[in-house]
Design a protein around this ligand. Structure first.
Ligand SMILES: *Cc1c(COP(=O)(O)O)cnc(C)c1O
Length: 458
């Protein structure tokens, strides 16, 4: 059964699909008689998601390892919109769409350093669902629900369970925290997927955030345009555009996810003035090849989406078989930077296990330093030198500050390594460092009035 999608020449041109784009739109036979009106309604798509082994088996021939996965006790929630199911590769268990969304038995395999909360988000949550890890921005979990569930979900410990959803009281506590924290200028709504929330609830939440004067930008992280592009209606866009500056990051991992429907949803969002970014996860068997990434980022920029981050797969339960060595990410960046538009190159990051946040990892471009020279290489391996200015560098700090509208921000103890470069502090010490190195001289240090170890040399 092949559904008619009425692809126009323009659709094909906009999406960069080939003429044989119909391979993307094979409507599963069980939905063949569903009228287009229903198929194109997001409510119908949400209500008719596939979740049991029986339902999945009606759409594709499940392999033994998929049956084992979908039937396993305690498995992370399975749910797939009929639209996304229409993209499944029927003949290939390891097809890039199918592998992301249909569980396999090996999800249950334990691996070294596996964690439930690998980013230690719970420890950074002052109120339920609010993760305040960075100085000026927070991650706000608004719902535990998604349109479909990615097998490698980094937040599978909280996502999926409808009985554990965030309540009005949780949202109130999150808003109250934000009202009381003027250092927060950027709020990132995620979950779960904020765009699956009841329209009025989301409208209300965005309104309450926008009413907080110190919140400069609001961002939404969503995979709804991928799983449920029907949800991106004109009404939704009209609602979202009330809350500018509003940014959206989508989550595309493979060029096959970029369909005419998805493309149309992106155009609506972009036309509503919303800057669009993409966050991908580096997944073994899905997108762990420079050519796949190159095609992905090219299709994204054609659709007005700026590749933002490429994530190393987290050390999260269920994701073990998706992990690649970090070197694969470096290889991919090596194949992108310089080879294609800078706009198309994402930042490759490892989200630090234990809660250190996102750490960019890059190929080395600075090869060496001489007294006044930097030795650099480009993507082709051309090696050059940059001669530094001869005079001693002095910065007229007072003047530079005079023309700024806002006073200097105080990040307190989160100034970190930037504080070393600017001379605010000389060292950063691991916990217990002074005690270790005083080798039993604590008593003397006490007598001298608790000066730290460093001061002993002054
Ligand atoms: C990713 C993330 C952010 C946003 O990080 P950016 O680098 O600004 O995109 C904020 N808070 C938490 C907890 C995050 O995980």
């Amino acid at each position: 059964m092949v559904a008619t999608l009425n692809l126009t020449e323009k659709d094909l041109a906009e999406t960069g699909l080939r003429e044989d784009g119909l391979e993307y739109t094979q409507r599963p036979a069980i939905f063949a008689d569903v009228p287009d009106e229903k198929w194109n309604s997001w409510q119908w798509q949400m209500a008719n998601r596939l979740n049991s082994v029986e339902e999945l088996a009606q759409v594709i021939d499940l392999t033994d390892e998929e049956r084992e996965g979908a039937g396993a006790e305690g498995i992370f929630r399975v749910d797939i919109t009929p639209y996304f199911a229409s993209l499944l590769e029927w003949g290939d268990t390891y097809g890039p769409v199918r592998h992301q969304i249909i569980p396999k038995g090996r999800e249950m395999v334990v691996f070294d350093s596996m964690m439930a909360d690998s980013l230690n988000e719970d420890a950074h949550s002052p109120v339920p669902g609010l993760v305040h890890r960075y100085p000026d921005r927070v991650l706000m979990l608004t719902t535990t629900q998604c349109a479909s569930y990615c097998r490698y979900c980094t937040r599978s410990r909280v996502v999926g369970d409808p009985s554990a959803n965030f309540s009005r009281a949780d949202h109130d506590a999150q808003i109250e925290y934000l009202q009381n924290h003027p250092e927060v200028r950027d709020v990132l709504l995620s979950g779960g997927d904020p765009l699956t929330m009841a329209p009025r609830l989301l409208d209300d939440l965005l309104g309450r955030l926008r009413a907080i004067p110190h919140i400069e930008i609001i961002r939404i992280g969503s995979r709804v345009p991928i799983f449920l592009p029907q949800r991106i209606t004109d009404e939704l866009c009209d609602m979202l555009r009330k809350y500018h500056p509003l940014w959206i990051n989508v989550h595309v991992n493979h060029p096959r996810e970029i369909t005419p429907e998805f493309s149309r949803a992106l155009h609506k969002l972009a036309d509503a003035g919303i800057p669009l970014g993409n966050q991908s996860v580096l997944l073994k068997g899905v997108n762990d090849h420079p050519e796949v990434q190159l095609q992905l980022v090219h299709k994204l920029v054609k659709n007005r989406v700026r590749p933002y981050y490429l994530y190393q797969c987290d050390l999260v339960q269920g994701a073990g078989h998706f992990r690649t060595p970090v070197s694969v990410g470096l290889e991919i960046i090596e194949h992108l930077r310089g080879h294609t538009s800078g706009y198309a190159v994402p930042t490759f990051v490892v989200d630090a296990p234990g809660g250190g946040g996102k750490i960019p990892v890059m190929p080395e471009y600075v090869i060496s330093h001489g007294p006044n020279r930097l030795v650099l290489r480009n993507y082709e391996g051309f090696i050059t030198t940059y001669t530094e200015p001869e005079e001693v560098y002095e910065r007229d700090e007072a003047r530079l500050m005079r023309y700024l509208e806002e006073p200097r921000r105080d990040e307190g103890t989160q100034l970190g390594v930037a504080g070393l470069t600017s001379g605010h502090h000389m060292t950063i010490k691991p916990e217990g460092f002074d005690e270790t190195h005083s080798r039993g001289r604590e008593g003397e240090a006490e007598k001298r009035g608790k000066r730290n170890f460093q001061d002993d040399y002054n």
